[in-house]
Design a protein around this ligand. Sequence first.
Ligand code: AVI
Length: 319
Amino acid sequence: MPQPSVISDTQFYKDVVKGLSGTPKRLDSKYFYDAQGDKIFQELMNCEEYYPTNCELEIFTQKTAELARSIIADGDAFDLIELGAGDATKSSHLLKYLIDEKADFTYLPIDISENVISYLNITLPVTLPGIKITGLQGEYFNMLKKAAAISDKRKVVMFLGSNIGNMQVKDAEAFCKVLRDHLSPGDMVLIGIDLKKNPHTVLAAYNDKRGITKRFNLNLLERINRELNGSFSIPQFDHYATYDPESGACRSYLVSLQEQQVNINGQLVSFAKNEYIYMEISQKFTVEQVNSMAKSTGFKPLHQFFDSKGWFVDAIWLA
Ligand code: AVI
């Protein structure tokens, strides 16, 4: 365990204390993804009820040629950038197709994790011989600036997995505006967005029978115990998910099952019985909302690719 003073200096500690000092209490879902959280998320992606990954994978495997054609455009050389590349499972299908078609492109995965970037830099040239890859480790927009400095080729930026849904709608729009500001006319965005559908289907994906989503949420309390010298008693918190079909907001909470106090590296946090911590939003959109978000943030919607159930869209926007 690091020194108490070192812990209190970290951004993670500051965000946690600030989030748990407000009303309502909240934690930032970006902290879900430590090594343990990554593992649980993998389990989640393979679980029966969590449909978004399979839907998007279907698009990338069944509509690869159409996707490729849309982003190749005039056949000029381009940089294919992926924000939050992870293990690039979905994008690999497109990358393979582009290589087979002899498209002139460089793949630039961007990820905050050094592990992810070195994994991709090492494995992709083996699994996809002939790929030109430049992994960039860091914050999305800093790395987009770096990508622009490295080459002046046309940019195609992928932002998959409905990661945009983990932002409040206003923040998602602000994000798209900033993204547009980092691009030039002719550049493109390929964005994966989960759509509104039967509310039971959405809710089940965030409230799976085996309790994987519950473990995924509780892992953040365990992470606080592990890294920030916290004293959360995990069985004293329960997971609660809601979906509002009108707004499309699916929200996750952790509920305190009793009145209790938690010590986080010397900082006491009190919970009333049934007090909740707001953990995450997974916003769902209509196709019209996707298009209007594109237009209001300076993009022109060009193409849309749907899975066979029409549950998920990969949209191509022109800057
Ligand atoms: C990463 N993100 C798009 C996932 C989602 O669907 O909101 C995270 C997740 N949270 C619970 N299940 C999956």
